[in-house]
Design a protein around this ligand. Structure first.
Ligand code: GLC
Ligand code: CA
Length: 541
């Protein structure tokens, strides 16, 4: 039986996964053709980012129709075939529900623009704007001449925020979830779902960008409880995950509490801001290792005590590649990728693998703006230039931070276009595809891929990984992140060196080596961790 404890989720960004019909755009048949691969890896669920019709201002997170499949990905029959063939392999499909906003092309918004009162109430129109900022840059309110009013868009101006305080809107959205449940999907990811409940009145924010007014907003828990009851909550086997932007542990305990009233689990992003200087994404900064450890330890222990459940991850379609970010993609590519994988997969929660992470795909290294596609990167090029930075300074930042780092085509083999397509893809393939690709990884017993397989197998085999109690170890250590998981008399100890320098630690040499990214024959009480070494020891397994 699939559960949040024993499962591993694989995230597919369809446009970059695999093209089946020679147009340079990944599609549903492409995914179907790779189901054997995903079965070999051992994953239980596939989360597909939005596959619905969209004008693509935000690569599909601007949905124009929630109950259709975008033509560029295929047809409804292709989707049903995918659900069916995945089920035969005991893999569930999870869809991405973007319910904070719709595309401005959605018929609801079009009717609102036509002054239909009913549909104007579906969105958030105001006579006066306040100074809140859009997450993609600029003011979050857009003026509509014809109406003499502004509408709120927390993201791009083509993504209009829905009015969740209107019960009709909520019912429309629940109906959409039920529509996909009837087709046989096994789970949902809810996009920026902790932003859906806005305050009754808006005021300027002189301390920040406005987020403190609408993040984990006033009615958020009651709306999620209602969504649960009116749709997926009827089926206890369904898996749901909420993407929580700038949230708190306290709220996340409620969102994901084991009582099952809201969602199965939550993503939070605090551990991916530990290299943002002064919380600024669009600036260069170094990893603050103490901050990372503290965040891991605080979230793990407090979520556990409160009965919440975490989605564990480093990578997704919005984040730079972790091996380039906190690892070392050159000299210690395999070692650091495996170390980073281990600390995620052995924490308490459900691990997520983002396409290509299992072969150690890297950042894109695109050094000219014409190679970038993402709206957030394109906007920030201009914003940073306007702040007075030189072209070169701006490019350094874009190359580190751009979401396109993770959106390049999956590197399947060393053929043209990395076997993703036989024509030029919508975004360039990274030029290291000849050495980093799936085919090569699958032939190498020592590959990052083989290591991910092992991590997934260990989770299936050992309950202590699924549900064991988490405790921090070596909390004050400046270079090693370590923790313990315990269940009855069984235990695993994880020691991870996040740096290139060797470092020696004290361990219990009577324990057994369960896993490591180096070959380790004998243990000594004073043990030297090699560059990026991770050592997993076990007791009574
Ligand atoms: C989420 C998505 C991101 C998108 C945003 C707006 O953060 O992961 O890709 O741009 O929401 O929908
Ligand atoms: Ca295609």
């Amino acid at each position: 039986m699939r559960s949040i404890h024993n499962s591993v989720v694989y995230q597919i960004y369809p446009v970059s996964f695999k093209d089946s019909n020679h147009d340079g755009i990944g599609d549903l048949q492409g995914i179907i053709s790779k189901l054997d691969y995903l079965e070999t890896l051992g994953v239980d669920m596939i989360w597909l980012t939005p596959i619905f019709p969209s004008p693509l201002y935000d690569n599909g997170y601007d949905v124009a129709d929630y109950c259709k499949i975008s033509e560029r990905f295929g047809t409804m029959d292709d989707f049903k075939e995918l659900v069916h063939k995945a089920k035969e392999k005991h893999i569930g499909i999870m869809l991405d529900m973007v319910f904070n906003h719709t595309s401005t092309d959605h018929t609801w918004f079009q009717k609102a623009l036509n002054k239909e009162k009913k549909y104007m109430d579906y969105y958030i129109f105001t006579k006066e704007k306040v100074n809140w900022e859009s997450k993609f840059g600029g003011n979050a309110f857009e003026y509509v001449d014809d109406l003499g009013m502004y509408y709120l868009h927390l993201f791009d101006k083509h993504q209009a925020d829905l009015n969740w305080d209107n019960p009709e809107v909520r019912q429309e959205l629940y109906k959409i979830v039920r529509f996909w449940l009837d087709i046989g999907v096994d789970g949902f990811r809810f996009d920026v779902v902790n932003l859906i409940s806005k305050p009754k009145t808006f005021e300027d924010d002189f301390e920040g960008d406005g987020r403190r007014f609408y993040t984990d907003g006033p009615n958020i828990h009651s709306y999620l409880q209602e969504l649960n009851q009116e749709s997926f909550g009827q089926n206890p086997n369904l898996m749901t995950v909420g993407e929580m932007s700038s949230t708190s542990i306290e709220n996340c305990i409620n969102y994901s509490h084991k009582s099952g009233k809201e969602l199965s689990m939550v993503f939070n992003f605090h551990h991916l801001k530990v290299d943002y200087p002064n919380n600024q994404k669009w600036a260069l900064g170094k990893l603050d290792f103490f901050a990372l450890k503290k965040l891991f330890n605080d979230w793990q222990t407090q979520m556990q005590e409160g009965g919440g459940w975490q989605a564990l991850f480093w990578c997704n379609h919005d984040q730079p590649r972790i091996v380039s970010r906190f690892g070392n993609e050159h000299q210690y590519h395999k070692e650091s990728a495996k170390m980073l994988a281990t600390v995620i997969h052995l924490q308490r929660g459900t691990p997520y693998i983002y396409q290509g992470e299992e072969i150690g795909m890297t950042n894109a290294h695109f050094d000219t703006m014409d190679k970038y596609r993402d709206i957030e990167s394109l906007n920030h090029y201009q914003i940073l230039k306007d702040r007075g930075l030189s072209h070169n300074e701006v490019m350094q930042i874009i190359m580190e931070r751009s979401r396109d780092n993770s959106r390049t085509p999956v590197q399947w083999d060393d053929q043209d276009f990395a076997g993703f397509s036989d024509v030029q893809p919508w975004i360039d393939v990274i030029d290291n595809y000849k050495t980093i690709n799936v085919q090569q990884s699958m032939e190498d017993p020592n590959s990052i891929f083989a290591y991910y397989q092992k991590l997934i197998m260990l989770r299936k085999k050992h309950e202590v990984i699924q549900t064991g109690w988490y405790s921090p170890l070596l909390q004050e250590h400046p270079r090693v992140y370590a923790f313990l998981r315990e269940l009855e008399n069984k235990a695993i100890y994880v020691y991870a060196n996040f740096f290139e320098e060797e470092i020696s630690i004290e361990i219990d040499a009577t324990l057994h080596v369960l896993l490591s990214n180096y070959s380790t024959s004998s243990l000594t009480p004073s043990y030297t961790l090699r560059p990026y070494e991770v050592l997993v020891l076990s007791k009574n397994l």
